[in-house]
Design a protein around this ligand. Structure first.
Ligand code: GDP
Ligand code: MG
Length: 442
């Protein structure tokens, strides 16, 4: 794997803690091989490596990770970023029906996807209509009817026995039909060919012009590998699309096609298909794809653990110093809040004591929901962060917010309140002649 090879590159560098230009160049070679092995197209590999190199040169030197891990972390972050950061949702039309057109080569998985989308949309409360515009293959209409039946959604198809129908006319009629029958989303299945072909593109463009899709999804087989770039480019020029669906991710492909298609077309990957059954389907997750392309989900976990362990290490070192100086930590803050909850009415009495006005304010803020959220936030922090809140920078705030299911603003507010409480504890300790007084619960 990439990790093994990078370890080799960095033999002897462990503990050096700084990335030199030679280190970065040698690493770039290994990343290049890993990406090519994952079937990422060459021009995409080149430009990707250029941006990783740029970041590696300017990177802050991490003390928690060895150089190989540090670079893998950068590569992974960069990959996740390019693959889309967060998932883009379907854009529904202001006026029903929303039209979703599927395009792609034969065998890519369009008809199967129509069924999957139908099932998925239905589960979200929509009433989708699947439209059979592949009138090329004898069984195509039948196949769509079968998946529609499995999904429990309606299908619109030319009446059987009418000879070879006109897919563009069917497409046009289907929109009228959907309006009449109150279907709010129309999924248009189209024909594909084994290769890129002018006639196919003309037909797809004709259907597009007949239905004015709100979303055109380019469906691509993840096993297609290096060919992804040519196919995606041809469809982008011939039909145009607003999103990508990767299929057959249950196969052994490393998924380089994802990076290639995303890179050359700039369009987001929206869904992933992972099997023949209608339920084998999900919105696209960039992080999962990134670790698949790198072939090292485990290594990424190890990297996270290494960073956590380092934090703990730091925490222990800090603990000694802190105990004497800023005795009041976030951990104490949490304990204090929990203690106040237990005290109940006594807390109110305490608030009436002269000179405790500030505390009264604070006590008012303590309600249960608030407390649960505060506890969740503090528990999402590493030990080092709890002991030394100063190290909680922007990216740590984002991580803590994600970890505890709150917004970054909530984390900011908590830290602000903590700082106030810390000051107050300091004042009280000072006036009572008790330097370094711990939390009131102790
Ligand atoms: P179309 O020609 O683009 O409409 O492709 P189909 O929907 O007919 O799919 C072609 C074949 O691929 C069928 O045998 C499907 O069952 C299969 N297929 C589609 N999506 C997936 C997937 O995500 N995983 C696997 N293993 N097979 C799939
Ligand atoms: Mg089909």
């Amino acid at each position: 794997t990439l990790s093994d090879r990078l370890d080799k590159v960095f033999t002897g560098l462990r503990g050096k803690g700084r990335l030199s230009q030679e280190d970065i160049d040698a690493t770039a070679r290994e990343i290049r091989i890993a990406l090519l092995e994952a079937d990422v197209a060459l021009p995409v590999v080149r430009s990707f490596i250029a941006s990783v190199k740029e970041r590696a040169v300017g990177a802050e030197v991490s003390q928690a990770l060895n150089p190989a891990q540090q670079i893998i972390k950068i590569v992974n972050e960069e990959l996740v970023g390019i693959l889309g950061g967060e998932t883009r949702r379907i854009r529904y039309a202001k006026q029903s029906p929303t039209v979703i057109m599927l395009a792609g080569l034969q065998g890519a998985g369009k008809t199967t996807l129509a069924g999957k989308l139908g099932r998925w949309l239905k589960a979200q409360g929509h009433t989708p209509l699947l439209v059979a515009c592949d009138l090329q293959r004898p069984n195509a209409v039948q196949q769509l009817s079968v998946v529609a039946g499995q999904a429990g959604v309606d299908v619109f198809a030319p009446a059987p026995g009418n000879g070879v129908g006109d897919p563009i006319a069917v497409a046009r009629e289907s929109i009228e039909h959907a309006r009449r029958t109150m279907h709010d989303v129309v999924v248009v299945d189209t024909a594909g060919r084994l290769g890129i072909d002018a006639e196919l593109m003309a037909q797809a463009a004709g259907i597009r012009d007949a239905v004015h899709p709100d979303e055109t999804l380019f469906v691509v087989d993840a096993m297609i590998g290096q060919d992804a770039v040519t196919t995606a480019t041809a469809f982008q020029e011939g039909v145009g699309f607003t999103g990508v669906v990767l299929t057959k991710l249950d196969g052994d492909a490393r998924g380089g096609a994802a990076l290639s298609v995303r890179h050359v077309t700039g369009q987001p990957i929206m869904f992933a298909s992972t099997g023949e059954k209608l339920a084998d389907f999900d919105v696209f997750h960039p992080e999962r794809m990134a670790s698949r392309i790198l072939g090292m989900g485990d290594v990424l976990t190890l990297i996270e653990q290494a960073e956590q362990a380092f934090d703990t290490d730091q925490a222990e070192k800090m603990a000694g110093k802190l105990a004497s100086r800023e005795g009041f930590t976030l951990e104490d803050f949490l304990e204090q809040m929990l203690a106040i909850r237990k005290m109940g009415p006594i807390a109110n009495l305490l608030g009436m004591l002269p000179g405790a006005g500030q505390m009264k304010e604070q006590l008012k803020q303590v309600d249960d929901r608030d407390l649960d959220r505060t506890a969740a936030i503090i528990r999402s922090m590493t030990p080092a962060e709890r002991l030394t809140p100063k190290i909680i920078n922007a990216s740590r705030r984002v991580r803590i917010a994600n970890g505890s299911g709150v917004s970054v603003t909530d984390v900011n507010q908590l830290l602000e309140r903590f700082t106030q409480a810390q000051k107050m504890m300091g004042q009280m300790a000072g006036s009572m002649g008790m330097p370094g007084m711990g939390p009131m619960s102790k």
